[in-house]
Every structure is written in C-alpha cells, then in structure tokens.
Design a protein around this ligand. Structure first.
Ligand code: TSX
Ligand code: MN
Length: 583
C-alpha cells in the first residue's frame, strides 16, 4: 500500500475509534453503490420518490426544520494566530476547537455506517484540481457529494498518486442547533462539521473545502479560490470570452451562468456556455492570463424563483435524476416552489398539508442538486485540464439606488478596491432588516478562510510584470426608479451589458471617464428591441457625485476596520477617488 493510502487508512481508523461506527463503507462512486444508498434512504425515510412519470429518478429530502441553512455564527476558522483569521471570521484556537468538537464526535456513529468519500474538486486530470476525503455518517451527504464532485475510485487513485488531500470529518450528530459547529483548520487542511446535515454545513467539498480551505491554500500557493460563476459568451464571429462573476446571495448567479440570449441575439448567432455557477479557481498561465476551472461537478441551487421565465435551462435539467431538498410537492407528487409559476402545492416543505397561514410552501432556501452534465448550456470546455481563459471579472450587488448598471475599473488596483467595496441590500431571506447595505467583499464575507486585509493584498499581488489580467467591471441589475420599479429588465437582456464588456476587452467600445470608473455612454449599449426609455437609460448610467462621496466615506471606514492588514495601495486608491469626487 502506498504511504498516502496508509495515511488515509490511519485517519479513518482514528476517526472510527472516536466515533464508534457499526460499519465502514469506502465509496467508489458507482451507479450500483448509488442505487443501494437511494434504496436505503427510501426505506429509512431520508428520501421520498417523486412522480416517476414526470420526474424519473428524482427524490425529495426533508431536512430537520431547525437545519435549513448555513450557520455563520457557528462557523469558525481556527488558525494559530487570531489575526490570521481576521475580523471577517469567527476564530477559535485550534487546540480548544479540536477538544470542543471531538467531544461531540465521541461515539456519535454508534449503530451507524461511516462512509469514506474520496473526491476531486475540478476535472480529474487538471493540475488546478485538488482532492479531499469526507468521512460522514449521512447517506444523503454521500448522494449529494456524488453529484457535486468527482467522487469515488478515480479520486482515490489521484490521492494515492499525489499526496496531500483535505480531511473532512462530518456527522449529523443529534441535529441539535446547540450542539453544532463547522470548524476549519486551514493550517492542517482539515474540516470538522458536527450537528447539521444541510448543504454548505455538510457537503464539505463545497464552501468548506473549495472556498474556505482553498482560499487559504491559494494564498500560499499563488492562485485564487473565488465565489464566482464562470460563463462563456460566444459572439457571432465564433469567439468565446469567459467571464467570472461574484455576487452576494440572492442576486441570481445561477441565472446569469445559464443566461438565455434575447431572441435577436440568438438569431444573430450569440451563444452562452455555462462553466460554473458558484465557485471559480484561477491561476496565471504561462501566457500571463488567468485560467479558471469550476471545482464542482453539479449545481446545488436555490429552487424558489426558478421558472421557465427566469431560468429555462435550470428548469429543463430538473425533470430527471435530481435531488430536491425542502421543496413542496403537488397533489400528483411533483416538486413545487414559489415562483415556479405552474402547478399548486399540496404538501409543504415540512410534509404538512399546504396552508398559506404556515408561510411559504417551499422553504425559501430549498434546493436542487443536479449534475452539471444535465445542463443544456454546459460548456464542453469545462473538462479542459488547463481551464478556460478569463477575459473579464465582474463584481456586483443589489442596490436600489446610487450604483449604475455597469462600470469598468480604471485598472487592476482600482478593480480590487471595487471588489473590496462590494455591498448588497439585504433581502427578506437573510436575517434582520430588508434594504440595509451589507459589505460583502468579492462576495467572500462568509467564505474567505483568512484575514480580508491579507486577501486584498493577495489580489493586488497578481498585478505584476508579464501579467495579462482580465478587465474588472461592476454591475447592478437591481436599480429602481422613484416609483420602486426596476429600471433594467435583467435576465437575458443582461447579455447587452456583457456585450459592452467584451467590446471593451477587444478595444471596440466607448466609455465615459468618471471618478468612480468608466461607464458606457448610452449609445455604447445596445438597447434595440427593449421597451426602455431614453430617460431610464440615462438614469441607469448617471453618477450622483454627492451621494458617491458619502459612499466612499463608508468604504474608507470599512477598510479601516481591518487595521494594519489593509493594503496601503487600497487606501491610496480610495483617497484618489474621494479626491476626484470632492473636486
Ligand atoms: O437573477 C436575476 N437576474 C440575473 C439574471 C441573469 N434576477 C433574480 C434575482 C433573484 C435571484 C433578477 N431580478 C434580475 C437579474 O438580472 N433582475 C431582477 C429585477 C427584475 C425583476 C423582475 C423584472 C425585471 C427586473 N420583471 C419585468 O421587467 C417584467
Ligand atoms: Mn454561493
């Protein structure tokens, strides 16, 4: 046996001694294995079969009602120095954290099966990919990891060949919110998660590994692990430009990744290719460009709001071989959620007869899990070991006022400031008040595995001799007029904005220089066929210098919150813009 597999075996034995499972099962990722797990879950109530005529091989999972989302207040980054985790993370000393969570793991798998889940984040033969092993006592987690990652024998073979892997230990425990922790030990490439069976808390390859641990690792190895979709835009000339975009939750990342062009664009020959909808790993290639892979193999998307109008590509991939979590069902046992626009709920997400007095039928954070291969727009280049070259990075947020539809950063350093200054208005789904602006730098607030100050310095470090960096843009699809009506139609029509970006990259489009960045003149945006007035376009592209001055005062205060770790270059950039706005 290779020394790597010996190390893995030793860890599995250690965990088994601690957790006392009845059985140990090494997952190979095969169809036969999956069928056995599905059958087990159908018999123990973890899964229910959905309508076999309309939705073959589709299943519904109902989570514990107290276990329906990520839990930021119970999520810790455990570095030896508190300052390395930064004000953006909850921190606990590693020894204390291990002691605390190991006490919960003690004997927690008695009478249960321990599953060993080897997985690869990214194409199995890509040098940008990284492997991990998740130990879990949840067959639901195994079934989801099989869809979301390259799981099983091939990943195990790569681990054996390669050496290091991220160790993830997970148990659903008692599903008690008071006995729940998600702990990260980036210096040990280790994750320990106890007491939740839900998404990002339990599918450790996703947020825990591919973002929190990977961002830490990427900093020391010189690459980027980002909370970004990746989409390829093919123009009528047949060139494809790849765009990576970061948005906070509830801004429609999955919808943009699967965008359907307006009819006139489709007829002219435009095509949109989905590479990923949530996570992007990027590295400079020998040509100086940034090359990106999607470390995931599936989509774990929010169901409510998904319809044939908002995202036909997503809806079309959900009628076979999909796992649904916490959605409602119709009288004939089809999955249903708010915003689906067809059918009616009969049973709500908790399994009760639907009653509007109990709130929405589907949980607002209900999900689908589906293989990316089922997406019609899935890019064939997603499997390329070298990744895809990124032409543009897009940051964005939900802002009813102030922030224009689109602007371009002057240069890389300005773009990093634009990313660091990202903010979004809270929606009803998030805790607390609606319409409050929350800073969410690069959409990484819940996911950066180290101090944001160091993270911005790492971003700035990519601006070096020989680099051919992507242009950086900022968008806001959510600008409203005085009557509270959205000014921009959004969805497929966002391609008009992406077209301007691509033309900027090619040097074919005009822009107006302003203190906050470069904006399209209204003639630079193609609005043919849109029922949008000239005045609305002017409003979408206008800059209120007085209000921006206030915004930049807030941004400067926010950056100061990271003290000495905030790069001087960002402060200077901020001061430069404040000066330009004041004059
Ligand atoms: O996903 C969205 N995108 C990106 C699409 C590629 N949403 C949904 C956000 C919640 C996840 C949007 N909502 C977008 C958008 O561009 N824009 C809006 C706001 C909006 C909502 C409804 C309309 C227009 C804009 N309806 C009509 O104009 C008829
Ligand atoms: Mn996400």
């Amino acid at each position: 046996m290779s020394s790597q597999l010996a190390a893995l075996n030793q860890w599995v034995e250690e965990v088994a001694r601690l957790t006392q499972p009845e059985k140990i099962h090494w997952c190979d990722g095969s169809d036969v294995e999956n069928q056995l797990l599905v059958d087990l879950m159908l018999s123990n109530g973890d899964l229910m079969r959905l309508n076999e005529e309309t939705h073959p091989n589709c299943y519904l999972h109902r989570s514990h009602p107290d276990d329906v989302a990520r839990v930021e207040h119970l999520t810790f980054v455990c570095t030896s120095e508190r300052e390395d985790a930064g004000p953006n993370n909850h921190w606990m000393a590693p020894a204390e954290a291990h002691a605390k969570i190991d006490a919960l793991f003690e004997g927690c798998m008695r009478g249960r099966t321990l599953y060993v889940v080897p997985y690869c984040m990214g194409p199995i033969h890509s040098p940008l990919s990284r492997c991990g092993v998740e130990i879990t006592d949840s067959p639901y987690v195994v079934a989801n990891m099989r869809v979301m990652t390259r799981m099983g024998a091939d990943a195990l073979a790569r681990i054996e060949r390669e050496g290091t892997f991220v160790k993830g230990l997970h148990s659903i425990g008692e599903l008690d919110p008071d006995r729940r922790f998600i702990m990260h030990f980036p210096e040990e490439l280790t994750i320990k998660s106890y007491g939740s069976g839900y998404g990002g808390n339990a599918l450790l390859g996703k947020k825990c590994h591919a973002l929190r641990i990977a961002s830490h690792q990427a900093r020391s190895e010189g690459w980027l692990a980002e909370h970004m979709l990746i989409v390829g835009i093919q123009n009528p000339e047949g060139e494809t430009h790849y765009i990576a975009a970061a948005f906070p939750s509830a801004c429609g990342k999955t919808n943009l990744a699967m965008l359907i062009p307006p009819e006139a664009y489709e007829q002219a020959g435009w095509k949109v290719w989905t590479v990923g909808d949530d996570i992007c790993w990027m590295q400079a290639g020998e040509d100086g460009r940034l090359w990106a892979i999607n470390p995931e193999a599936g989509f774990f998307g929010v169901a409510p709001g998904t319809s044939s109008k908002t995202n036909r590509n997503a809806l079309d991939m959900l009628d076979h071989d999909a796992i649904f979590t916490n959605v409602a069902v119709t009288a004939d046992n089809q999955p249903w959620w708010e915003g689906l626009m067809v059918g009616e709920p009969a049973i709500d997400w908790r399994g009760r007869p639907y009653d509007p007095a109990n709130g929405p039928a589907a949980h607002p954070n209900s999900r689908f899990t589906v293989s990316a291969r089922q997406c019609r727009s899935y890019s064939p280049h997603t499997e390329d070991p070298q990744g895809v070259p990124i032409s543009a990075i897009v940051f964005g947020g939900r802002r009813a006022s102030l922030v224009p539809l689109v602007f371009e950063a002057r240069d890389w350093n300005h773009g990093v400031l634009v990313g660091a200054a990202m903010g979004s208005e809270t929606t009803a789904a998030a805790t607390g008040k609606v319409g409050i602006i929350r800073r969410d730098p690069m959409a990484m607030k819940p996911f950066c595995g180290y101090n944001f100050g160091d993270y911005w310095a790492h971003w700035l470090s990519f601006n070096r001799e020989g680099a051919k960096l992507p242009r950086i843009f900022h968008v806001n699809w959510f600008r409203k007029d005085g009557d509270g009506k959205f000014l921009w139609p959004g969805f497929g029509d966002n391609l008009r904005v992406l077209e301007w970006m691509i033309n900027r990259v090619k040097g074919d489009a005009g822009a107006v220089d302003t203190p906050i960045g470069l904006l399209p003149h209204h003639r630079d945006l193609n609005i043919d066929g849109l029922s949008i007035g000239h005045a609305d376009v002017e409003q979408l592209l206008a800059i209120d210098e007085h209000a921006w001055h206030q915004e930049y005062r807030d941004i400067a205060d926010y950056l100061d919150g990271f003290g000495g770790r905030t790069p001087e270059l960002l402060r200077q950039e901020c001061a430069r813009i404040r000066g330009a706005l004041a004059s």
